[in-house]
Design a protein around this ligand. Sequence first.
Ligand code: CA
Length: 309
Amino acid sequence: MTRRIIIDTDTAADDSFAMLVGLRHPEAVLEAVTIVAGNVAFDQQVENALITIDAAGRSGEVPVYPGARVPLMREWVEASAHGDGKGNRDWPVPTQKPSGERAADALVRIVDANPGEIDIVAIGPLTNIATAVALDRDFAAKTRSLWIMGGCDNSVGNITAAAEYNFYVDPEAAAIVLDAGFDTTIVTWTLTLRRALWTRTQLEHIAEIGTPLAEFFTILDAPNLEFNETVAIEGSTHPDSLTAMLLVRPDLITASSRRFVAVETRGDMTRGYSLMDARAERNAPNATVIDDVDAEGFYRAYCDLLAAG
Ligand code: CA
């Protein structure tokens, strides 16, 4: 079933790969891209999104709305896992420019004009989504579904031992969004390490696909592969592209559970920790957590996407 999607992104590397799902998958109609403070410098993220649209051959067709340049209450924290997010390469200057409307305004406007029609894929800190919730108290109810890449399944994170990066950077925004009443599905860092970690052998196969899109992937992915090997992760990690792919390929989901999910905002060592509780009798569920996926199926689906490009 075709999905009408907005991708909210801190565009760097795997964010671009998630955008390619929206831009190129036959079951996806990408209505807009909104940019949020996260991985790399804000203006670099905007440029990375525009470069990605260009690489997908969709220049001028999908608007890019810059949004929150800092988290709601915290200093911005850079990720160090992606270089400049565009493979540390120079790309042709995109002809498309960012739109003048702010991300949260665009989110509210598009969802309000299409109630029950829009799926949001949120693959950065949740600042823009929380702002949209504040602007329109019916925003969550009018959104068809919200797919979040964030958090850990009660296990160690990728920015601190307690927290995954997106929830760590803006924990207040994550708390607001999880409490807002969206139809929420969460893809965690924990699942990513188990099921969306592509080995050097798999990446060599992608490089051999030979299309311009596969070459684009290989160049953007290289800094993540190098970084991960400094932190004992053997391969490149694809949490954002997994999240986007599962929306259009729900058949790849092999296990999920309804959970109560909350994010720690007051802790020091536990800032951004995601508590996930499956005991419905204790805590009413507010999200579906993806527990397992067909990892090989995800990899093959992504290869197909690159091969068609
Ligand atoms: Ca991201």
